[in-house]
Design a protein around this ligand. Sequence first.
Ligand code: B3K
Ligand code: ZN
Length: 875
Amino acid sequence: KRTLKRLDYKPLDFTATQVDLQLNLDLPVSRVQSKIKVKRLNTEATSFVLDGQKLNLLAVKINGQDWSAYVLEDLEGVDGFQNLKIDVSSLSEPQEFTLEIENEFNLEENLSMSGIYLSDKVIVSQCEAQGFRRITFYFDRPDCLAVFTTYLETNDSYEYLLANGNLLESGSLNNGRKFAKWHDPFPKPSYLFACVAGNFEVLDDYFITKSGRKVKLRLFAEYGRLEQIRFAMEAVKRAMKWDEDRFGLEYDLDIFMVVGVAYFNAGAMENKGLNIFNDELLVGCKDTVTDDSLFSIDSVIAHEYFHNWTGDRVTCRDWFQLTLKEGLTVFRDQEYSSDTVNRTMKRIDDAEEIQAYQFNEDKSPLSHPIRPDEVESQDNFYTSTVYEKGAEVIRLLHTLIGEEKFQQGMKLYFERHDGKAVTCEDFVEAMADASGYNLDHFRLWYSQSGTPEVKVTSEYDPQTKVQKVTFVQETAPTFDQQEKQPLTLALKTHFLTPEGQTLTNLVDLQGKAIPELLVFETKELVVEIANQEQELIVVTNLDFSSPVRVIQQTTSSQLATVAAHCQNLYGKYFALKEYYNSIFRLNEENFVRNSQAQLEVDEHFATIYKNLFALALEDASFTSAVLRFHNVSNAITSANKAVNPLVYAQIDKAIKTKLYQDYKVQLEGIYAQLPFRTWEYNSLHFGERALRDQLLSLLTISQENQELVEQLYTQASCYNDKHAVIKAIINNDLSALDYLVDKFALEYQDTASCLDELLTLRLKNAKSVAQVEALLANAKQFSITKPNSLYTLIRGLRLNLNLFFTKEGIEYIKELIIKVDKNNPGVSPYLCRSFANYDLYLDPFRQMVIDALEDLITNHTFSRNATEILNKAFE
Ligand code: B3K
Ligand code: ZN
């Protein structure tokens, strides 16, 4: 076991300041010549170690002379890591020298999607976190910042040769080969290096920055997709403008390029000046992707672009600091989406996501703080905790000090650290210094893992007319950390009368105003509200102002009041969700005894849903979001206790069936009134289409209304509507309409992402492993080496609870992990993670997962990445 510790950080003894890289990109084997200007930082040091992985070393030279004082060590294990230790004790001038390395790597056999690899016919790189060592021996860590010049040479079948920075020269060589030379003036760590060689459809545009510089914008995608990258181009321009307007940050090179490729492990990558995308997050227009996908394209384009400052110009000292760039950049992309689309709905979606994934990660054996202390593989840092919770911590800071101070903090951060590799501590310090706010206690958010629970209790005394509201925070011990302390919290809180009126101007016993935002860092906060004729309903953590779980004994009647009257949509939304969750608790026992049991609901059910549907046309976004959380995965993850997943699936179905039966006429009416508008990218249109989608599924749950499905396929003016059609048909088993699914498959036969969406739906509903295998065999876009295929497969299987929890289902996933890990240890941990949440389930489901883990660990060997996840999960 190889554990790396945050506190063991040691600065480099030697560093690179300049790198001239010559890449001869050929198949099967490519050749690299790297000329590095090395500088000694520690005058005592006489040797240094360069990282490599699966490389064939050909030569080492120092100051132009062959150098033999080195040892190449192949580290044990399937990953093929190598250390190249170079001894320079005999150098007369070791302060500064030129190191030349020549090596080869097998491009064709590299199926890891890391380093330089093939995506179909495109040669492409991915270096974060440690892929550069698969290209050449180097100081492959983020605190080594150097200026790169990249010379690429290929045979002349590749039209475009791209690398970071600005193009210096390019041309043909006389031997049927060609070259291009790029120079990036900004010092950067190796993880931001990128290169591409391939043939593409290209879209050109430009952007004039606020200081008047003209920046060339170039998007690259697969042939035939020109119309489908126009949306992404608009997103690039929107993001550039927004970052200038809101953060004062301007783009810094002459050209900004984005390339989409089909084989990519992550969503996208922020390489300096040359962002590389999984083409699912770049390519798409209204006719080929859902509204949700367009929204993701927009926000991921923005996210990667924003990294130019938060990540590239100022980067991380070591990988334990990952949230420094990711938490901050997620926060920035969330703000971008909020400013450009719909702030409230964005907030609801993000809160929903963190509660579904990050809260469970924190409860699981994989729990870790946003700035972890220990790790075995740096690749495993890319978690919901580091990203999403990291962003919530930044948001909390923003809430505490306010926009103006926050921006002053950002300014100071860049003044101090531009061009450097720094720590989370440096960021917080800039914020503290600029705002004058004491952030000493706030820092705990970086080191403490776990989700704080805030228990809210209330006592009302009719004699004194005082209501005493107590907030008690407590973080339960997590797998990684026993001791917990109270954290700095900010809880946006409203007080409602039993009739639903939100009261402002409340005062405490001293007559002091009670603020809307309750900030405290002690275990307990008591708020005493004076002069109340009746007990108020407390609605807290509005807008998810802190990343905590609120525990509160709210009655159905109070939830109904909040759902009907709360002025804050977030408050409404979570009251509705809480009510939906309560139906599961109410019915659990009955359904365990009898899977056909009659659904029981209390007297508020009718009012709650009648009110919700009455407002449907007024706020379609909101209503559709509420209907969207009506799904079993959501119910399981928000139960906050172990449940029987199959019983939960039955209850979920029963709730939807009841909604349909009770509100049939009303729902049909809303559906009929939803307009078919000329497609536009805005929140109103999104909401209406999303609602149509949700309603269609609901209206066909009992096999009725099938004509609506046929009608929608004919009327559909965008992919979103067509996707709604196949979703309703497959999920609700409307087999008479299978011909529409076939039509869909034919219509989108050339668009892998559409076929993947169809495959997900089919996998979700597959009855056996044999059926899964048949589906895969017939899916022509499917390839076991393609990350998007694997994600589709695992997503489908995870949603298919009935199959996942069978012996053959689990067995199938195990085999898949074993197979995938051999080629691509970037994807296998993702598959392994689906085994880490066994505490969500009651036995025998829990035990099934644990047995699978045990078998994997005891009987097989895995990459470092997968081993870490499996071992932790099993601990
Ligand atoms: N920084 C990349 C993630 C790379 C993942 C490496 N395993 C994308 C992003 O967060 O912007
Ligand atoms: Zn990022």
